[in-house]
Design a protein around this ligand. Structure first.
Ligand SMILES: [Zn+2]
Ligand SMILES: [Zn+2]
Length: 367
């Protein structure tokens, strides 16, 4: 396995994992655009990931040929056995398990450890080398339970019945998870969607993920008229709150669902009134827990706060290596990551989810 300008390259098998440029043979962990790029030759992925790629890129650009591999299924390429196992990140997300000449490397892509009604739970696989992301690899990042965050949203909806609640989400993954969490919490009213979110929700529904009654946000009756959807929940791609589109909504309460909402300044600078800390990435504890469970003596860190994670692993006798892969984090939460040279967020900047106060003092201690 080698790091090349195109990304991680399995030399023996002659294929790339999540390459950032078009390559002849690619294995794709999941459909986010920083992992799934257009115009590869042969693409291998789960059926869901291939469907997501085709929907987003169009028939011609999601690989000249596609090979679907379900969870647990295997193929062999040039003597390298390839298997895909669930990563728990978004629909179809997979870890790539490679066995070659008695040694095993697992490339986990993006992952989380929490239960998510819209995708299959992460499955730890013991290996010799584990490749991980480190988006939230600082001790201050402890994601609160997602149902608690959704409860805060529903409390606010009850408190402000004359206003619409607009939640900024990522179109792939966060949107559908938030809808499923709202359904679990008993919200059975229609959920209103910005046009940019409809197609992916339909794809999830086609794959058996029931999201209930979803409707497009209507056009205002008169140009420039507002006042729509008071008391309702509206989902839109992150950033829509800053466009004229938002004017049609009744005095919207601006919300956002992201792991970064833990950083209070970040929420504030984006004009978010109600930050919801809901993440599809592992938090600090979960990263360390995962490293322990896979029992790999060596862990490679693709992107994110690799310095803190490599240091913490070293204290646990695990050899860490920062890969500094380029082009990561262009779509999901890693997009909003602070510059790697930036200071660790101080305790005073952090929102305090229930039960997390105690850890606040540890902010950046391992960084
Ligand atoms: Zn992702
Ligand atoms: Zn990513």
């Amino acid at each position: 396995m080698r790091v090349t300008p195109q990304g991680l390259w399995c030399e023996a098998g002659d294929f790339f994992i999540d390459p950032v440029r078009a390559v002849p043979h690619a294995v794709i962990t999941h459909g986010h655009s920083d992992h799934a790029r257009p115009d590869h030759g042969a693409v291998l992925g789960t059926p869901e990931t291939l469907a997501i790629m085709t929907q987003r890129m169009g028939e011609g650009r999601a690989g000249r040929s596609q090979q679907a591999l379900g969870y647990g299924e295997g193929v062999v390429r040039n003597g390298v056995a390839i298997r895909l196992v669930p990563a728990g990140h978004v629909l179809g997300s997979a870890q790539v398990v490679l066995d070659w000449q008695g040694s095993r490397i697992v490339i986990s892509g993006d992952y989380k450890r929490r239960l998510d009604p819209t995708c299959t739970l992460f499955e730890p696989v013991e290996c010799d080398v584990f490749v991980t992301e480190a988006t939230f690899a600082l001790p201050v990042f402890r994601h609160p339970p997602a149902d608690v965050e959704v409860g805060r949203l529903l409390d606010s909806v009850r408190l402000f019945p004359d206003r619409a609640h607009l939640v900024g989400v990522y179109a792939l993954g966060k949107c559908q998870r938030l809808i499923a969490l709202l359904r679990q919490a008993g919200w059975d009213r229609p959920i209103w969607l910005h046009g940019g979110l409809l197609a992916m929700c339909e794809l999830y529904a086609r794959h058996g993920i029931d999201l209930g009654d979803l409707r497009p946000v209507p056009m205002p009756a008169k140009r420039g008229a507002g006042g729509l959807l008071a008391g309702e929940i509206v989902l839109a791609p992150t950033g829509a709150e800053a466009t004229p589109w938002v004017r049609r909504l009744a005095e919207p309460v601006i919300c956002a669902a992201s792991g970064w909402m833990r950083v209070r300044q970040r929420a504030k600078s984006k004009g978010v009134e109600l930050p919801l800390i809901v993440s599809d990435h592992a938090d600090w504890e979960e990263l360390l827990q995962t490293v322990e469970e896979v029992r790999a003596p060596e862990v490679w860190v693709t992107h994110g706060r690799d310095d803190a994670l490599v240091h913490a692993m070293g204290l646990r006798g695990v050899k860490g290596r920062a890969l500094h892969l380029l082009g990561r984090g262009e779509e999901d939460e890693a997009l909003e990551a602070p510059a790697p040279s930036g200071e660790a967020p101080g305790a005073e900047e952090m929102a305090a989810p229930a039960g997390a106060e105690r850890e606040m003092g540890a902010g950046g201690a391992d960084a």
